[in-house]
Design a protein around this ligand. Structure first.
Ligand code: IMP
Ligand code: MG
Length: 180
C-alpha cells in the first residue's frame, strides 16, 4: 500500500462507529470504577495512539485519578512491528505502591505492552492492569493478559480514533480500515 500523503488520503471504511465506541468506553470506565472503588489510580496513557481513547475513558472513571504519559516506538512508517520497542518518553512521578492502569489503543503482537509492563514492574507499583481499546488475538506473540479489552478484531490494519498510518488518520472519529 502506498504511503499516505496529504494528497492521497482516503476515507477509511467504518469498522466501529463513534457511538459504538462511546458506549463501550462508558462500560469499561464503569467497570474500572467498580473494580478500584475506594482506591486511587495512576492512569498511564501510551502516546501517541492512546490519546483519544485515554481522554475519553478517564472522564468515565469515577475515582481519584492521576494521569501519566509514556511513549514508545516500534513501527516507523511501516504497518508491521519491527519487534524492537524503544522508550521515547517516560512517566514523571514515582509509581511505587500505586495502583497503575495502562491504557493502550491496540494490542497487536503484544510486544509493546510486554515491554512496558516489565519497565513499570521494576518501579514496584502495588498493582498493574492493562486496558486496551482494541485487541487482535490472532496476532499475539507474547504471554500477555489484557485485563480490560474494548473490542477484539481480526488481523487487519485499522486507523482512526487515535490510530495512525504513517502519522495520518488519528483524528478520524471512528475506527476504520483502509482499502488494500
Ligand atoms: P504491538 O507491540 O505489536 O502489540 O503493537 C502495538 C502498537 O502498534 C500499538 O500501540 C499501535 O501503535 C501499533 N499498531 C498495531 N496494530 C495497529 C493497527 O492495526 N493500526 C495502527 N496501529 C497499530
Ligand atoms: Mg500505540
Amino acid at each position: 500500500m502506498t504511503v499516505p500523503t496529504k494528497d492521497n488520503l482516503e476515507t477509511p471504511k467504518i469498522m466501529l462507529d463513534a457511538q459504538t465506541i462511546k458506549n463501550r468506553v462508558q462500560e469499561m470506565g464503569k467497570q474500572i470504577s467498580k473494580d478500584y472503588a475506594g482506591e486511587e489510580i495512576i492512569a498511564i496513557c501510551i502516546l501517541k495512539g492512546s490519546v483519544v481513547f485515554f481522554s475519553d475513558i478517564i472522564r468515565e472513571i469515577n475515582l481519584p485519578l492521576k494521569c501519566e504519559f509514556l511513549a514508545t516506538s516500534s513501527y516507523g512508517d511501516d504497518k508491521t512491528t519491527s519487534g524492537e520497542v524503544k522508550l521515547t518518553m517516560d512517566t514523571k512521578f514515582p509509581l511505587e505502591d500505586k495502583h497503575v492502569v495502562v491504557f493502550e489503543d491496540i494490542v497487536d503482537s503484544g510486544l509493546t505492552l510486554s515491554y512496558i509492563v516489565r519497565l513499570l514492574q521494576a518501579r514496584k507499583p502495588k498493582s498493574i492492569k492493562l486496558c486496551s481499546l482494541l485487541f487482535k488475538p490472532e496476532s499475539l506473540r507474547t504471554e500477555l493478559k489484557v485485563d480490560y479489552v474494548g473490542f477484539e478484531i481480526g488481523n487487519e490494519f485499522v486507523v482512526g480514533f487515535g490510530l495512525d498510518y504513517a502519522g495520518f488518520y488519528r483524528n478520524v472519529p471512528y475506527v476504520g480500515v483502509l482499502s488494500a
